[in-house]
Design a binder for this molecule. Structure first.
Ligand SMILES: [Ca+2]
Length: 491
């Protein structure tokens, strides 16, 4: 009896707490007292493209992710707004383009970041679980989040919260640094794989722009195997939700933070850099096994989370709600940007429609294959350069090393998924080119694209911290030892 009473008092207290916190947030959120708000979980495969069974990849061994897709919706046209870690995450957490805020350079430090979408969830009574430890957590927003932004920084899957929560789980196993891991490290990364999960380098299907070199085949083998290692961890998270009895009341998002960690993929606005897997499972609300073909941008995730939590999406957020009854209309295009990558400057913008992909190179005089030291650590990059030096590359493979870039590129991304046939100069595509060119001009104006502003001026305006010297030094002194690929141990 006593226990029952105590429990009753506790429940009453919890309800009161939820009510009070919703009240507190009612100025900025349209408060709606939902009896049992759904939990929201984001599972991220770091540097993971759609090379998954659910996306029809015959080599992939990803049963848990594939099951999630069978239980939810698989999005076929989800794109990041930035093909590299920090700018990508900068937009994910704020719902704003890094090019609007000033956090578009990799890396930079925005001094006055806008509110985070998690702030709105917090106001709605959600517990924010965003682990910070490598392996299953990552902040890396291109700014320091404000004090108190997060409630739980440990592995929340080990003790799934009882009250409505937002859970973030970033699986770093598939990060670029692990695609190129030396054999011992790769063995550790993939220790859970069964013999049948292992890949055969001879069976890898290489993109036409890479040379067919054993190093390239080996990196693809490792990439597929670590994707399987990610899949095991996705299985763990889903199991944790099941065991806690909250799976039916939890909306799960699974996605990659940008494309695979390989040259001309990560750091590039081509398909393999910006196209990511996105699966959303929402029991009772999303039809199992459904396929969504509309264009989705990463800036859609923040407003979607707020909307699912019963809040009102702030005007400063630039995306749309993609699931639930507040779903917004599909845009004609989604946009992406690439600016400075570590010590290497460039400025490229991308406009992706359902079929065509337009790219503008603001510095056509700079080559594609500028040296980004961290990228040069990739065995693929080294093999690619070696074949170039030996004069063995074919015309398609050589394209990446052209001394200059075209000012504009246009691809039929459906017919040419590797984007190697630039259609920009063909009269047949003149109308498409003009439309997309105008679309980019409009977007740059509407979103206040800061890409044309020199970084030193961004510093002067007080938008970002001065990290220019840091990267100038890096150019001179090279990478830190921990950023370099460690040579395998000699037996
Ligand atoms: Ca990443």
């Amino acid at each position: 009896m006593k226990i029952k009473l105590l429990r009753g008092a506790f429940m009453f207290g919890m309800c009161l707490m939820a009510f009070v916190s919703i009240e507190r947030g009612s100025k900025s959120l349209a408060s709606k007292t939902v009896a049992a708000p759904s939990n929201i979980v984001w599972i991220i495969g770091e540097d993971l493209g759609p090379e998954l069974g659910a996306y029809g990849d015959k080599l992939a061994r990803t049963p848990n992710i594939d099951r999630l897709a069978r239980e939810g919706a698989r999005f076929t046209r989800a794109f990041t707004h930035a093909p590299v870690c920090a700018p990508s995450r900068s937009g994910l957490i704020t719902g704003q383009y890094p090019t609007t805020m000033g956090s578009h350079h990799m890396r930079s430090t925005l001094l006055k970041p806008p509110p985070l979408f998690t702030d709105y969830l917090k106001q709605a009574g959600y517990q924010i679980c965003w682990p910070t430890k490598a392996g299953f957590g990552k902040t890396d927003f291109n700014f320091t989040p404000p004090e108190g932004w997060v409630d739980v920084t440990s592995d929340w899957t080990k003790d799934v919260p009882k009250r409505p929560f937002f859970g973030y789980f970033n699986i770093t196993t598939s990060h670029e640094s692990q695609v190129r891991a030396v054999p011992e490290k790769h063995a550790q990364n993939t220790v859970r794989l069964k013999p049948s999960d292992r890949q055969d380098p001879a069976k890898m299907v290489l993109p036409p722009y890479y040379p067919d070199d054993p190093a390239v085949r080996n990196d693809f083998r490792q990439y597929y195997e670590i994707a399987t290692a990610v899949d095991y961890k996705v299985g763990d998270v889903l199991e944790a939700l099941d065991k806690a009895g909250v799976a039916d009341n939890t909306i799960v998002f699974f996605f990659g933070d940008h494309g695979r960690g390989m040259p001309r993929s990560k750091r590039w606005v081509y398909n393999q850099g910006i196209h990511v897997p996105l699966i959303v499972r929402w029991p009772g609300n999303i039809k199992p096994g459904s396929v969504r073909e509309d264009l989705v941008c990463f800036l859609d995730f923040a407003p979607t989370a707020i909307s699912l939590a019963g809040g009102t999406v702030p005007k400063a957020m630039q995306g749309r709600v993609i699931v639930g009854d507040k779903t917004g209309a599909e845009p004609k295009y989604v946009f992406a940007a690439r600016d400075r990558m570590d010590e290497t400057f460039d400025r490229i913008r991308s406009v992706r429609g359902r079929r065509f992909h337009y790219i503008r190179n603001f510095y056509p005089e700079l080559p594609y294959a500028q040296v980004v030291l961290y990228n040069e650590e990739n065995p693929i990059m080294q093999a690619w350069r070696r074949w170039l030096a030996e004069g063995k590359l074919n015309a398609v493979q050589k394209q990446f090393f052209a001394p200059t870039k075209p000012a504009e590129e246009l691809y039929d991304a459906e017919a040419d998924p590797h984007e190697i046939n630039n259609l920009a100069a063909l009269p047949k595509y003149k109308k498409t080119l003009e439309e997309m060119r105008a679309g980019l001009d409009r977007w740059m104006k509407d979103t206040g694209d800061l890409g044309a502003v020199p970084e030193v001026e961004l510093v002067k305006r007080g938008l970002v911290a001065d990290r220019i010297k840091e990267y100038e030094d890096r150019k001179k002194n090279g990478l830190q030892p921990n950023e370099r690929r460690q040579p395998p141990k000699q037996p």
